[in-house]
Design a protein around this ligand. Structure first.
Ligand code: SF4
Ligand code: SF4
Ligand code: SF4
Length: 409
């Protein structure tokens, strides 16, 4: 049996209970009918069998996934897990939510189905995440109240922050202190933005100057290494880069995987299959097919012309970009197709964040070298054991898929 893991970003609804200004969702009031969960499950399990894969990670997102209610997840989770167990397979479930409708009524299913952890999102400063009534300020207040309730319930919470001009203006020190001191979270992740879907008025605020963004991220990396790394604070994607450069097992974000099409698909509430949530909600021209209509998921993935472009992207980059001569090629692989597509209208080019990635990789190298030196001299062990065991919710892996987008949660 292969040790490969297949990951599915599952959007049970596109509906949402808030109104972020940067949202690329088409918030159709459609929900995944429970009646179709067995069919979807069978399709996924058949695919695992065809590909000789034992485990499938399900990243539940939206729209807003909590709109489905806790009872829906109890039932869907049972259908999926029972069917997987009967075929010697395993689903591992993660939840990404905006937390706005969280209440203690969710705790049972959060502990039983989601391993006591969840991922949520909050930017700093919050300019764009808004309630229908009351705007960004009311959103922040409600979100903080829910965060506190969830923390008190003992849930492990990972937070995704999408960087925007306001974050750069605030600077890395204020930014870091906001998450760790004001919010009291021990796991957060910074995502680079991109304008998914149709052009929007806020897009300009996300078109960040690459040099300024590199400087911000390098500064944040340094602050985390100095104040957080040795004290159990996780900051993604820096933590996985430190793992990588110190030779520990590293779980790098999808944007730096050899080819994201080897591991992920996204399925929406109508059964539409695409590379990830960013594509399924923004770019219909890149759909792979429909899991309820097309019968055989494996065949769909093997024959989809839209998917072929993803598969062939690395080869194209080697031939037409300077990635081949880049010393970070083995970690970056040319970056994220959707960031490239949203900026350039084609995925057959290297990621427009190339320069930013190089700055962050260089920082990771420097910090890793000094960690290794220190370990060698003192005989000490790594302060963190990132990359092993169950990750803190989607904050580590799933969130990276959404990175930067107008996060779909
Ligand atoms: S970005 Fe996420 S939380 Fe915000 S409106 Fe869109 S789906 Fe809802
Ligand atoms: S976010 Fe980018 S790298 Fe990740 S799955 Fe989507 S297209 Fe691939
Ligand atoms: S850092 Fe830039 S040049 Fe290097 S592999 Fe990534 S996209 Fe290509």
């Amino acid at each position: 049996m292969s040790s490969r893991v297949f990951s599915v970003i599952l959007l049970p609804t596109a509906e949402c209970n808030v109104a972020c200004t940067y949202c690329f969702e088409n918030k159709e009031p459609h929900r995944l009918p429970m009646l179709l969960v067995p069919l979807l499950t069978r399709q996924l399990l058949d695919h695992l069998e065809h590909e000789d894969i034992e485990e499938c990670e399900i990243y539940w997102q939206g729209g807003e996934a909590m709109i489905m209610g806790p009872a829906w997840f109890v039932e869907a989770g049972k259908i999926m897990n029972d069917a997987a167990a009967a075929r010697g397979k395993r689903f591992t479930h993660y939840l990404q939510t905006n937390l706005i409708s969280y209440s203690p009524a969710w705790n049972d299913v959060l502990f039983s189905l989601f391993g006591g952890s969840l991922g949520t999102s909050m930017d700093f400063p919050n300019h764009h995440r808004k309630l229908f009534k009351g705007g960004a300020e009311a959103y922040s207040a409600t979100w903080r109240k829910r965060l506190l309730q969830a923390q008190e319930a003992g849930l492990e919470i990972g937070v995704i922050a999408v960087l925007h001009q306001g974050s750069l203006d605030a600077g890395p020190d204020l930014f870091y202190r906001h998450y760790t001191e004001e919010l009291g979270v021990s796991s957060f992740q910074v995502n680079t933005p991109f304008p998914g879907g149709p052009a929007q008025a806020v897009a300009a605020e996300f078109d960040l100057d690459k040099a300024a963004l590199s400087e911000f991220l390098s500064g944040l990396f340094d602050i985390w290494m100095e104040r957080g790394y040795h004290h159990g604070i996780k900051v993604g994607p820096f933590d996985s880069l430190i793992d990588h450069f110190t030779g520990a097992p590293a779980r790098l974000p999808c944007i730096w995987k050899e080819n994201c099409s080897n591991q992920f698909i996204s399925v929406d509430s109508k059964g539409t299959v695409a590379q990830c949530d960013c594509w399924v909600t923004s770019y219909p021209e890149s759909f792979f097919g429909n899991v309820f209509r097309d019968g055989d998921l494996t065949k769909m993935l093997r024959t989809s012309p839209a998917r072929r472009e993803f598969i062939e992207r690395p080869k194209h980059l080697m031939e037409h970009e300077d990635c081949l001569s880049c010393r970070f090629l083995s970690i970056c692989h040319g970056g994220c197709p959707v960031r490239t597509y949203s900026a350039l209208g084609t995925m057959l080019a290297k990621d427009p964040y190339c320069e930013v990635y190089k700055a962050v990789f260089s920082r990771a190298e420097i910090h890793s070298r000094s960690l290794l030196r220190r370990r060698f001299l003192t005989g000490s062990k790594p302060a963190n054991s990132f990359g092993t065991g169950r990750m803190t919710a989607p904050a580590v892996e799933l969130a990276e898929k959404n990175a930067g987008s107008p996060v779909n949660d």
